[in-house]
Design a protein around this ligand. Structure first.
Ligand code: ATP
Length: 709
C-alpha cells in the first residue's frame, strides 16, 4: 500500500466529491499501485516456494502444513513481530519512536481536519440550497482557508511517513546484510538451496515490508479514529443509515474475498514466472561468451520466449480474474455515491433535514465505509503483505541459524583456531633451488580423523584423514575428478561441516584470540589463511581494488539516517595498505605489469572477468596472495589456465615469499613445488577403508601408488 492509498482512504471523500474515481484509479490495471499489487501478491500457504529462480525451486523444502486459519494468523503475527521489532529496540530507537509519534500525531491532525471539512461541507451546501449569498461567500472563504491550512498536514504526514519508512528500511537492510554475510551464511544458503532469492528478499521484500507495515498501521489507526468520529455524525443524522452501512460493508467484504481468492494464487505465480524470465536473461548476460561460442542463440531465444509466454499466459488469466472481481468492486464503489443519499432523501423531502445534511451523510458514509472496506479495497495488498512477512520471517529464521543445521545430523567437523605452538618439530622441505633441507618448524594445521561428507546427501568423500602441515610445508592434493579435493579445502575453510573429525589451525595474531567469538571468516580475512579458487573472483571495481581484495577494504560509511549498526564487523584489519609502488612491483612479479598501461592505470574501471584472460585472472589472484602474505594459502587448481613456465614462476614467487601452501592439481609438473603429496581416491560407499595416502613428493617411485582410482 502506498501513499496515494492512504490519502484516498482517510481524506479523499471529503476533499473531493470524485473520491470514488480516484479510488477506482488506484486499482485500475494501468495504475502503478495496482501493478505493484498484482506483481507482488502471493499467499502465505505458498511459503518457502520459489518466487524467482526456477533452477532452485524444486530443491526447496515443501511448505509446512497449516492446521487452521486461527493458528495461521497467529503464526503470521509472530513472524511479523519478529521481523518488525528489532528496529524499534535498536540503537536508533529514540529517533525512530519520536518520528513514529510525529507521524501518528499528524495522522490524528488530518483526521481532525477531515471532520472539520465534513461540517464545512454541510454548511456550504446548506448556504447554496438556501440561496444565502452572504453565508455562501463566508463558507467559501472558510473552505479556502481550510484547504490552505489543512493540506500541509496531509503532505507533511506522508513525507514524515515515507522518511521514517526509508530510515527503517536502511536499518533493516544493514541488519540483514550483516547477518547474511556472517559465518558464510550466504554460501550455505546458496550451496544447499535453503531458500529462494535472498537478494530479492533484501531488496524488494524489505522495502515493501517497511513501507507497507507503516502504511497499514497508520491506515488502521486512522480508520479507527475515523470510525469513532464519523460514526457519531452518521448515527446522529439517521441511525438506520448506520445499519445499511454495516450490512453493505460486511457483505461487500465477504463477496470480494470469495471472488478474489483465485487471484491471490495467480498473483503469486505471476511473480515467479516474471522472475524466471528475468533470471534467464541474466544467465544469457553472464554466459554471453559461452553462448556466442556455441552459437546457441536459437536455443536461448526459444527458452526465453517459452518463459515469457508462460508469464504472458498467466497474466492474461490474471487480468480476466481481476476484471471479474472489478465488476463487483467498481459497482460497490459507485453505489456508495447514491446509497446514503437514497436512504436519507425521504427525510429531506419530509423537511426533517436540510440539504447540506445529505452531503454530510454522503461524506461520513464514505469515510466509514472506507474504514470498514479495507479488505475490499486492499485485497491484493493484504495478501501480498502476508507473503512478504512470510518470506522475510523465513529468511530471518535462517539468518538466526534456527534452521541452518539439520537436527538429525548429530556430528559435524570441528574447526578450531588456536594460538601457535612452540616450534618443536623438524620437517623436511624443499627450498627454491630444489634441494631438501631440515629445520625446526611450527605446526600450522592439524587434521585429525577427518571424515568428510557432502552436505546435501551425506555421501562420504574422504575417510579418516590424518595430516599435519608445518610452516613452509607445501602439500599437493591429487586425485581423480569428483574425489573430493576441493571439498577438503571447503572443510578447511569452514564452508562444509558435514562429517566428523577435527581441523585445527595454529596461527598467531594473539589479539584475535581475545575476542569472544572467533570465526573462520574473521581468521581468513585477517590475512592468516587465503584461498585461491580455480576461477578467480573479479570484484566490481578498479584494478587497485582487484589487487587489494579481499585483504583490504574501504571503511564502511555511516548508515543514512544515522542508524548505528556496527559496520566494522567486516572491516578487514591487517597490516597497512600497500602503496602504489608495491602494487606495481607485485604486478611485475606475476608478469602482469603491462596491463596497467593497457587499461590506463590502477584506477581503471573495467569488467575485469571479461577483459582479462583466465590465465591473467589467475596471475592477478597470485598478486593478491603476494600482497597479502598469508601464513597459509589454499590453492584450488589456481594455475590450471597457465602454461608451465608461468606456473613455475608463480610457485617460485610464493615460495620465495615464505608462504606455506596447500595446492590441488592434476599436473605432474606441480610435484616439484611441493614436499608432500596427498593422494585421494574416489571413496567406495560400501567401504570404511581409508581412501587416501600421504607421501613424500621426492619418493617418486611411490607415485604409482596402491590406491584404486
Ligand atoms: N553442494 C554439494 N552437495 C552435494 N554434493 C556436492 C556438492 N558440491 C560438490 N558435490 C559433490 O562432491 C563430490 C566432490 O566434489 P569436489 O568438487 O570436491 O571434487 P574434486 O575432486 O575437486 O573434482 P575436480 O577435480 O573435478 O574439481 C563431487 O561428486 C560433487 O558432485
Amino acid at each position: 500500500m502506498r501513499r496515494k492509498e492512504m490519502i484516498l482512504i482517510t481524506a479523499a471523500p471529503v476533499f473531493s466529491p470524485c473520491s470514488h474515481l480516484l479510488l477506482r484509479h488506484s486499482l485500475h490495471p494501468s495504475s502503478p499501485l495496482r501493478h505493484e499489487s498484482i506483481h507482488r501478491s502471493k499467499i502465505s500457504r505458498f511459503r518457502g516456494v520459489s518466487a524467482a529462480s526456477s533452477s532452485s525451486s524444486s530443491l526447496l523444502p515443501q511448505p509446512p502444513h497449516r492446521p487452521d486459519k486461527a493458528s495461521e494468523l497467529r503464526a503470521l503475527w509472530k513472524r511479523f513481530w519478529k521481523v518488525a521489532a528489532p528496529f524499534w529496540f535498536s540503537e536508533d530507537k529514540d529517533q525512530a519512536r519520536l518520528r513514529l509519534a510525529a507521524v501518528f500525531a499528524l495522522t490524528l491532525a488530518t483526521t481532525g481536519i477531515s471532520v472539520g471539512f465534513n461540517f464545512l461541507g454541510r454548511d456550504f451546501y446548506n448556504a447554496l440550497a438556501n440561496k444565502d449569498q452572504d453565508q455562501f461567500t463566508k463558507q467559501l472563504l472558510y473552505y479556502l482557508c481550510g484547504f490552505a491550512g489543512g493540506i500541509p498536514f496531509f503532505v507533511l504526514r506522508d513525507y514524515a511517513k515515507e522518511t521514517l519508512s526509508l530510515r527503517w528500511r536502511s536499518w533493516m537492510t544493514k541488519y540483514y546484510l550483516q547477518r547474511y554475510l556472517k559465518d558464510q551464511t550466504f554460501y550455505k544458503i546458496q550451496s544447499q538451496s535453503m531458500i529462494d532469492n535472498p537478494d530479492q528478499r533484501i531488496v524488494d521484500d524489505l522495502s515493501s515490508f517497511t513501507a507497507t507495515a507503516l502504511s497499514f498501521s497508520l491506515t488502521l489507526f486512522s480508520a479507527t479514529i475515523d470510525l469513532i468520529s464519523f460514526s457519531n455524525i452518521l448515527f446522529t443524522i439517521y441511525p438506520p443509515l448506520f445499519l445499511v452501512l454495516l450490512l453493505y460493508s460486511f457483505g461487500g467484504t465477504a463477496i470480494s474475498v470469495f471472488l478474489g481468492k483465485g487471484l491471490v494464487n495467480l498473483n503469486f505465480l505471476q511473480e515467479k514466472k516474471e522472475a524466471d524470465f528475468r533470471y534467464s536473461l541474466v544467465r544469457v548476460r553472464e554466459n554471453a561468451e559461452s553462448i556466442a561460442f556455441y552459437g546457441g542463440e536459437q536455443n536461448e531465444m526459444q527458452l526465453l520466449l517459452q518463459r515469457f509466454k508462460s508469464a504472458f499466459d498467466n497474466l492474461t488469466e490474471l487480468l480476466i480474474a481481476s476484471r471479474n472481481l472489478e465488476f463487483f468492486t467498481d459497482g460497490y464503489r459507485y453505489l456508495i455515491q447514491i446509497l446514503p443519499a437514497a436512504v436519507v432523501a425521504p427525510m429531506f423531502f419530509s423537511g426533517k433535514i436540510e440539504f447540506g445534511v445529505i452531503n454530510q451523510s454522503v461524506s461520513a458514509f464514505n469515510h466509514i465505509l472506507g474504514d470498514f472496506s479495507l479488505v475490499v479495497y486492499q485485497f491484493q495488498a493484504i495478501s501480498a503483505f502476508s507473503a512478504v512477512i512470510d518470506r522475510l520471517g523465513e529468511f530471518d529464521d535462517l539468518l538466526d541459524n534456527n534452521i541452518s543445521r539439520d537436527p538429525s545430523q548429530l556430528e559435524e567437523i570441528e574447526l578450531t583456531y588456536q594460538s601457535e605452538l612452540e616450534p618443536s618439530f623438524t620437517s623436511s622441505l624443499l627450498d627454491s633451488n630444489g634441494s631438501i633441507q631440515s629445520r625446526q618448524n611450527q605446526k600450522l594445521l592439524e587434521i585429525e580423523e577427518l571424515t568428510l561428507q557432502t552436505p546435501t546427501n551425506g555421501t562420504t568423500l574422504v575417510h579418516s584423514l590424518v595430516a599435519d602441515i608445518y610452516d613452509k610445508d607445501h602439500l599437493l592434493i591429487m586425485g581423480p575428478s569428483g574425489s573430493g579435493k576441493t571439498s577438503l579445502l571447503r572443510a578447511m575453510a569452514g564452508l562444509w561441516r558435514s562429517g566428523k573429525g577435527k581441523i585445527t589451525f595454529y596461527l598467531n595474531s594473539q589479539d584475535d584470540f581475545e575476542q569472544e567469538k572467533y570465526d573462520s571468516q574473521r581468521k581468513r580475512s585477517s590475512g592468516d589463511v587465503l584461498f585461491l579458487p580455480q576461477r578467480p573472483y573479479m570484484v566490481l571495481g578498479t584494478l587497485r581494488q582487484q589487487l587489494l581484495y579481499p585483504t583490504w577494504s574501504s571503511t564502511m560509511e555511516a548508515t543514512p539516517g544515522g542508524s548505528q549498526i556496527d559496520g566494522t564487523q567486516f572491516k578487514i584489519v591487517t597490516s597497512s595498505q600497500p602503496k602504489t609502488d608495491d602494487l606495481m612491483r607485485t604486478l611485475e612479479n606475476v608478469r602482469l605489469g603491462h596491463i596497467v598501461e593497457r587499461f590506463g592505470g590502477l584506477e581503471s574501471l573495467q569488467e575485469w572477468s571479461s577483459v582479462l584472460s583466465l590465465g591473467e585472472q589467475q596471475r592477478l589472484a597470485f598478486a593478491r596472495l603476494l600482497l597479502c602474505q598469508p601464513k597459509l594459502a589454499l590453492l584450488d587448481e589456481s594455475t590450471s589456465a597457465l602454461d608451465e613456465a608461468n606456473e613455475a614462476h608463480l610457485y617460485q614467487q610464493i615460495q620465495a615469499a615464505g608462504i606455506t601452501y596447500i595446492s590441488i592439481g592434476h599436473r605432474q609438473t606441480l610435484t616439484k613445488f611441493h614436499n608432500k603429496i596427498l593422494h585421494i581416491s574416489t571413496a567406495d560407499p560400501k567401504s570404511m577403508e581409508r581412501n587416501w595416502r600421504m607421501e613424500d613428493a621426492n619418493a617418486k617411485d611411490s607415485l604409482s601408488g596402491t590406491l584404486s582410482q
